[in-house]
Design a protein around this ligand. Sequence first.
Ligand code: NAP
Length: 259
Amino acid sequence: MDLGISGKKAVVCASSKGLGRGCAIALAEAGVDLVLNARGAEVLEKTAEDIRSRYNVHVETVACDITTEEGREKVLAVAGTPDILVNNAGGPPPGIWSDWDRDDFIAAIDANMLTPIALMKTLLPAMIDRGWGRVVNITSQSVKSPIAVLGLSNSARAGLTGYVAGTARQVAEHGVTINNLLPGIHATDRIFALNTALAKSKNITIEEAAAERAASIPVGKYGEASDFGAACAFLCSQQAGFIIGQNISLDGGAFNSTI
Ligand code: NAP
């Protein structure tokens, strides 16, 4: 399917690996020029080179921490006024309710709520002026179904979801869509780290922890970043202009509900 976005420009935050990388590749396949970001310059450049070698698109990189104001300024200086914004950052660490103090919550809210909000606030006006824009926020299945050990993530992402619910409906009349993609378990480094923590807490092997989590997904296996990216690219397509303020689960059926 031609997504109708060839020649557009996207910023994909936190995109050297995992789900962000999957989104960047799918957008490149649709002909979108990219600004990629991650903290580690080496892997970021490798990802950019991989995309340049496979697709006929322009790819720039900005190595910085997107959760800091300085980092966001660096990305924006290179990106200018892109047509597409994919918000993403690393997730907060796991723990238990009694572990978390004010500073832990502030860090999580900064990274997973206030950073995407700041980028939207900066980039939405130009999208509105042009009468076209797409924003996709990578959040988590924990928005719909809390994951107890990820209390910091549950809290910060719920805040972002509330902001998007209202804002998406305020900008929709200008041809700008904002939606959230909610990943269930995908085969990325993040999940390897969480499986390692689960194995330690249950005194089982990492392989047993991985299998236990896979068994909780109706599809019976972890999701792939490439499939996740394809869903993101579709949300950025011309055809997705009527999809507004939605929270779309990509979780292999793990969230159990009738509607
Ligand atoms: P991942 O495989 O660990 O990749 C994270 C990517 O983000 C890397 O490119 C990393 O590069 C970059 N990054 C991390 N922190 C950053 C920062 N502060 N500034 C700029 N770049 C940053 O993670 P993932 O699995 O793709 O997860 C992406 C997001 O989805 C996370 O918020 C995660 O909590 C959420 N999520 C994932 C799953 C899943 O199953 N994978 C499920 C639910 C939610 P550097 O380290 O070099 O910066």
